[in-house]
Design a protein around this ligand. Structure first.
Ligand SMILES: Nc1ncnc2c1ncn2[C@@H]1O[C@H](COP(=O)(O)OP(=O)(O)OP(=O)(O)O)[C@@H](O)[C@H]1O
Ligand SMILES: CC(=O)N[C@H]1[C@@H]2OC[C@@H](O2)[C@@H](O)[C@@H]1O[C@H](C)C(=O)O
Length: 377
């Protein structure tokens, strides 16, 4: 029997809205017991600092370079993660010595897989020393070394959770786990082969940028703004004609690969409505790479709270007879999924188990990864 470990996962995603934190107990294989989770938001000033850091990151040629403000942001970001862990331990009354490992994603500031370059800010040593808990970090790098995209990494966790999909009319057909974060990604689980995974296109990033530029707000809460607008077919067609959509998987995106340039300059609500449609269409297009038509789409990530995106997903999937549900309908938590995944990946990394597969990132062979640091006592 393999050891069950208690692990904390930390994710600061491409939306740059804060730190998701989650605890699970797992053997890194099929046994997954989900524990508490939380979220520590960044205030808008820190989010703007990271956004400025994305510009500094554009000059990076080697992944350990930290030009401009990036070195200072990395320290601040890691310190905030340390405080998030200490607050979480205190809230849920766990002592540090009962936690076996932390899986630390850090903050992606540059992702150029075609140049074998992916850069995550995150000082694992600082986090281990602050918390007194061993840390696994930098889990994307080894995949890149082995010819992979370095993303997405969550699929192996989605696969472990797929066992919880209840037996139903669609049993035996693929189930697609969808993460609608800043960027959207999917994992197609058929149950008979390794999962197929890839990034599908913009998630919330463009919607967030649009409502921030036009109305000074962080996101379209509930998709309410979009619900009052009209879909602009020409703009949807411009987005869907982008070369990214014609690429076969594996494929992954940098946050800045899609921009608002193709939207034109419509009214606020029409822009939000159109971008919601683009997000949904890009996700549903993933089915062309499934071995057969999926029966079920399980939606995770902050974008599932945009009811307009969800309406488009439900209506679009219904055309092929598939159902769309939020992760909660399976008793999962769509907000903490990625943080849970980073905890799960950390445990796999400790055991040298693969994090990625040729079908999820395009790596030549299934590979493990991550750097392990123990706290200085
Ligand atoms: N109530 C809400 N209504 C609509 N959208 C929401 C709501 N709450 C959050 N969101 C959207 O979800 C986003 C955050 O999603 P999430 O935390 O899953 O992304 P992320 O993990 O940062 O990104 P990625 O998965 O790409 O790394 C916000 O930027 C916002 O666009
Ligand atoms: C390079 C990077 O940070 N990519 C993220 C991003 O956010 C969503 C999508 O693009 C996905 O590929 C990945 O994150 C998830 C958590 C993953 O690796 O599975």
């Amino acid at each position: 029997m393999t050891a069950i470990r208690r692990a904390i996962g930390l994710m600061s995603g491409t939306s740059m809205d804060g730190i998701d934190i989650a605890l699970i107990e797992t053997d890194g294989r099929n046994a997954v017991q989900r524990g508490p989770s939380g979220f520590v938001p960044y205030e808008s000033a820190f989010r703007r600092r990271i956004e400025a850091g994305l510009e500094d990151a554009k000059s990076i040629r080697r992944r350990d370079e930290r030009p401009g403000g990036l070195a200072a942001i990395e320290q601040e970001l890691s310190r905030r993660h340390g405080e998030a862990v200490l607050g979480f331990l205190s809230d849920y009354k766990f002592s540090a010595d009962t936690i076996d490992i932390i899986g630390f994603h850090g903050q992606t500031v540059l992702h150029r897989p075609q140049e074998q370059l992916t850069v995550q800010l995150g000082d694992g040593r600082l986090l281990a020393d602050m918390t007194g808990i061993p840390v696994v970090y930098d889990m994307r790098a080894n995949d890149i070394v082995h010819g992979g995209q370095g993303a997405p990494l969550v699929p192996v966790y989605h696969e472990a959770l797929a066992a919880r999909v209840p037996v139903g009319p669609g049993r035996g057909k693929p189930v697609v786990f969808v993460n609608i974060g800043g960027i959207s990604n999917v994992t197609i689980v058929s149950g008979t082969a390794d999962p197929i995974a890839f990034d599908t296109g913009p998630g919330n990033t463009l919607i967030d940028q649009w409502v921030a530029d036009k109305a000074g707000i962080a996101y379209d809460a509930g998709g309410m703004i979009a619900s009052e607008g009209q879909v602009l077919g020409g703009a949807v067609a411009r987005y869907m004609a982008k070369p990214f959509f014609a690429l076969k998987p594996p494929k992954s995106l940098d946050r800045n690969d899609f921009t608002l340039d193709d939207l034109g300059n419509p009214e606020l609500a029409d822009g939000a409505r159109t971008l919601a449609r683009v997000t949904a269409d890009a996700i549903l297009q993933a089915s062309i790479y499934a071995p057969e038509q999926p029966a079920l789409w399980v939606i995770c990530g902050g974008g599932r709270k945009n009811a307009t995106v969800m309406v488009d997903l439900v209506e679009g999937a219904a055309k092929s007879g598939a159902a769309v549900i939020a992760a909660e309908e399976l008793g999962l938590n769509g907000d903490s999924m990625e943080a849970e995944a980073w905890a799960y990946l950390a445990v796999r990394a400790l055991d040298g188990l693969p994090l990625t597969f040729p079908t999820t990132t395009g790596c030549q062979v299934a590979v493990s990864g991550g750097v392990v640091v123990s706290p200085n006592k």
